[in-house]
Structure formats: C-alpha cells, structure tokens
Ligand binder design. Structure first.
Ligand code: ZN
Length: 472
C-alpha cells in the first residue's frame, strides 16, 4: 500500500472493526446465550463441554458489550495510523514524530480501561490486560516479577563476572541460507510440527497464524551469520504451531478449541525454543545433525562450542534478540512504564528518559538512540497495552510446565540426544492443548503442575544451566 493510503485504510479498518463488534455484541447473541444458560439439559453438569463453552462465551460477550462500538472503531483507526507513524519515526530515529501518536494511544487506552473497569484496589492496567491474560492484574504480576528480578540480577552479575565464558565461535560462522532452511525444516519435522496441517515460510518478524488445527502457518527468518537465530525462531514458532495443531478439532471456533491466553501460548513456544532447544541433550543430537548438513563448514566446532554458543548471555538493547537470562528484564521495564502511562503518571514525552534510566539500572547499558530504545517494539503503536508481561509469564509457565513433564517422564531429556521429541509433544497435547479454554491460565498451571505459578522453576533452570556453562 502506498504510504499516503494510510488514512483511508484506517477508515476501512475502523468500519470493519465496528461492524464486527456490533455483530458480536448484538442483543440477539445475548439472547441466544441466555437461552442456552436457561436450558438445564445443557448446564446440568457444569464441567461438561457445553456448559464450559457457555461460561466462556458469556464472559466474552459481557466483556465486549462494555465497549461502545464507536470506541472500537476509533481504536482500529488510531492503531492503523499510529503504527504507520511509529514505523516512520523509528526508521528516522525521531521520537518527536511518534510522540503525538503515543499521546493519543495513551488517552484512548485509558478510556478503554475505564469502560472495562477493574476490581477494588486495582488499576487501569488490569482492565486492559484481561484481553491478553484473563485473570491477570498488575499487582499479581508485580508479586511474580519482583522476586524474579532480584534473582535474575544476582545471576546476571555472576555470569558477567565469569572468567570462563563459552566460546562465541558458533555465532560467528557464515552458513548458506538454503542449507539453513533445510536444516530448520528437519528440526521442525523432528520435534513434531505437522507439515500436513501447517506451513513454514519466511518473514522479517517470525509469527504463527492458526486458522484451524489443520491449517497452521508459521514463519521464520535467516541471516547468513546467525544459524542460532534461525533455529531459535523456528523452534519458537513451531511451539506456537504445535499448540494450535493440538487444539480439539471438534471444538474449532469455540472456547474449548481455543488457546487459554497469550501467556500460555508463549509458554509453548518458549519451551521448545529454550527448555528443549537450548538444552545439553538437544545439542548432543543437533551437533551430529549440524555436521551432516554443513559438513566441513562446522567441522571445527566442538560440542562445547555449539551448546555454549547457543547459550551466550549478554545484556543488550533489543528485546527480540535478548538471551534467555536478560529477556525478562526487557519485559519488566515495559510493564513498569505502561502501568505509569495508564495511571496518568507518565507522559509520552517522558517515555525515552524513563526507558533509558531503567536500561541503565536493570541491564547496566546506555541506550544509544530511541530506535534501539523505546521505539523498538510495535506494541504500543498498535494500541496493545497490558500485553508485554505475557512474554515473561510465558517463560515462567514454560519452566514450570517443563519441570512437571520431566517429573512425569524422567527419561524425557535423554531422548532428545537420540532425536526423540514425541513424548514431550504428547504430554503437552494431553496436559495443555486438549483443555482449550477450560481453565484460566493460573488454574491450568495448578492442574497441570500441582502448584501455583512461581519464579522458582525458571530460576532453577537458568541457574543450573548457566552455572555449568559459565563455570560459576
Ligand atoms: Zn511467541
């Protein structure tokens, strides 16, 4: 689309969003839900599939009806325009071009949060987060994030002080993109992404689109000098894809055939990317496969080089390129800032300073410009506030679910060294995917792992792995 087409596109998107919202919130839909609720045959057993679907449909309907259609249309138009201006401002590293749009986004997000409201003692952020992580509040996120941040900071200090960091040789190799593509496709197949029900293509920013369990499309990306990024991105999106493919086909389009939340979705991608894809046993298998595919180009790399190279920790500016240990710091910074913006305690104009101060404090680095600072992410420009913490919640759920899978199957990791990944996929199918939206995220965590969400499993995972790799 030519850049001047953006205003008209904004109006088109706005009209469609308003029409879709009017359909979904029509009184007829409300009457149909009420009719089903009144039918005791359908609701006699509250744990039945139908009764569960009804509870979730009611929740979605009631929530959607709190928003006026005019505001839904306004948001769609603003998101279209703000995203366009964000991209231009980011390319020019000129925050002043984005600032008026961010001001409009904050204002609209505050009005939207008012429509939804929040529980006593809560705050505007809670009203918005509910769309991404039902049941999630800022206060709860803070109780999970605070101990996590303290422990992460201690771990990072020790890692950065290591006298025996792993070799970075693996990340300095130049490998042809066509061979990389063959390689990551074979990994995707091996870990259980079903190519009869999905596709893998290339895009600048990898993503997953799930239309139906039989049609799940994921993308990845390639750089000649960064095979690790292609492996990580592919396994990450495969994790999202395997979740979508594992949803119940007989419930497609209904809550029981849908993902629980963004946090749980992210737990699935992170598990394959990190718990599996950066594990020692995975690299015992993958190192052999590397030699088969790339031959002499990788012949000089030892097992320690590839496994260590896949686990390098280095505080840096860009969230999407961050390693497993520093990643969550990026999220905490965004969470703190959007909480303040929504409370009216941080103006758009002050975002760059607030951002840079936190990067210095949490990661010890000086942000060189706003392109690598507060303008790096698309989320705020697309009116997505209350979203960021789902990434860290995903990491936490991932570690906790993975520990439970390892307890249930003590030989799980030993299998990876032989290229056996089906037991984990099956466990996830049975303990996460099959439930759809039967439980909310916190409840699902309790059911699948026997405990409420805690930062402990993630910290155990990082501390034990990095202590060995960095000789701590
Ligand atoms: Zn993801």
């Amino acid at each position: 689309m030519p850049s001047n087409g953006i205003d008209h596109r904004g109006r088109q998107v706005s009209l469609l969003a308003r029409m879709a919202h009017e359909e979904a919130t029509s009184t007829q839909v409300g009457e149909l839900i009420a009719e089903c609720e009144a039918d005791s045959d359908l609701t006699a057993d509250p744990t039945s599939d139908t009764a569960t679907n009804l509870v979730r449909l009611r929740r979605d309907y009631d929530r959607a009806t709190r928003l006026p259609s005019a505001l839904v249309g306004e948001e769609a138009e603003l998101a279209t325009q703000a995203q366009h201006h964000w991209a231009k401002a980011r390319a020019a590293d000129d925050f002043s071009q984005f600032q008026p749009w961010l001001t409009k986004v904050i204002d609209l997000m505050r009005r939207k949060a008012e429509c939804f409201g929040w529980a006593d003692g809560g705050e505007p952020w809670d009203g918005l987060a509910e769309d991404y992580e039902p049941g999630c509040t800022a206060a709860w996120v803070e109780t999970v994030f605070t101990p996590l941040r303290e422990r992460l900071q201690g771990l990072l200090d020790r890692v950065m002080g290591s006298r025996t960091p792993p070799s970075n040789a693996f990340n300095e190799l130049c490998l042809p993109v066509d061979a990389q593509e063959r390689f990551v496709r074979s990994i995707a197949t091996q870990i259980g992404f079903d190519f009869d029900c999905g596709r893998l293509d290339v895009s600048t920013h990898p993503f997953c689109s799930g239309f139906h369990p039989t049609d799940v499309r994921i993308t990845t990306r390639f750089h000649e000098n960064n095979l690790n990024d292609a492996i990580g991105s592919t396994m990450h999106e495969c994790g999202h894809g395997i979740y979508e493919q594992g949803l119940r086909r007989d419930m497609a389009g209904l809550p029981l055939g849908s993902a629980v939340s963004l946090g749980i979705h992210e737990s699935q991608s992170r598990m394959w990317e990190n718990q599996v894809g950066r594990s020692e046993s995975f690299w015992h298998w993958c190192h052999g496969e590397l030699n088969k595919t790339f031959g002499s180009a990788v012949a000089g790399l030892s097992f320690e080089d590839v496994y260590g190279g896949a686990n390098i920790v280095r505080p840096d500016f860009i969230r999407v390129e961050a390693d497993e240990a520093t990643y969550n710091m990026h999220i905490m910074i965004r969470f703190e800032l959007e909480r303040l913006m929504l409370k009216g305690e941080l103006d758009a104009a002050d975002v760059p300073t607030a951002w840079n101060e936190r990067y210095r404090e949490y990661l010890g680095i000086d942000v060189p410009d706003n392109t690598r600072g507060c303008m790096q992410d698309i989320h705020w420009s697309m009116c997505a506030m209350g979203y960021f913490p789902t990434y860290t919640l995903g990491n936490l759920y991932s570690a906790q679910l993975y520990e439970a899978a390892c307890v249930a199957m003590p030989d799980l990791e030993a299998g990876y060294a032989k290229g056996e990944f089906a037991p984990l996929r099956t466990w996830l199918n049975d303990n996460v995917h099959v439930h759809g939206r039967r439980y909310e995220a916190a409840e699902l965590c309790q059911v699948a792992t026997g405990s409420p969400l805690s930062a402990d499993p993630l910290m155990r995972h990082l501390e034990s792995k990095l202590s060995a790799i960095y000789g701590l």
